[in-house]
Design a protein. Structure first.
Length: 121
């Protein structure tokens, strides 16, 4: 079960956030993501330190078995960098999520993410 959305962009905007809830039936690690609408997709974590919002890139994200992991504004989320075109509310973008199980090959999961003007609450 996944709720997902990307945020619509304004003209000239080259980055967008994508937010989704991931739930895995087995322990996995999200190691990368790709989308044809962006040059790169990175996993970022927002944190508040001494009143200053900081964003840092994460190399990977643990997806514990049976637990919901929420990628949301203000926390961990996917950043679509160097967008190749504007994202319009109402359309869907495709994301490939690359995960790896302990001691196993990586696997790609193909998902479609609706674009909204506002992030999910």
């Amino acid at each position: 079960g996944r709720e997902a959305s990307g945020r619509a962009t304004v003209p000239g905007q080259l980055v967008a956030g994508a937010y989704l809830t991931l739930k895995s039936a087995s322990p996995l690690r999200l190691i990368s993501a790709r989308s044809e609408v962006a040059r790169a997709v990175e996993l970022h974590q927002m944190s508040l330190n001494d009143g200053v919002m900081r964003m840092r890139r994460l190399e990977s994200l643990e997806l514990p078995k049976g637990q919901e992991v929420k990628l949301a504004p203000g926390g961990i989320h996917l950043m679509l960098l160097d967008l190749k075109r504007p994202l319009t509310a109402g359309e869907e973008i495709e994301l490939d999520l690359v995960t790896r199980a302990p001691d196993q090959e990586s696997r790609t999961t193909h998902i479609r993410v609706p674009v909204r003007t506002e992030p999910p609450q």
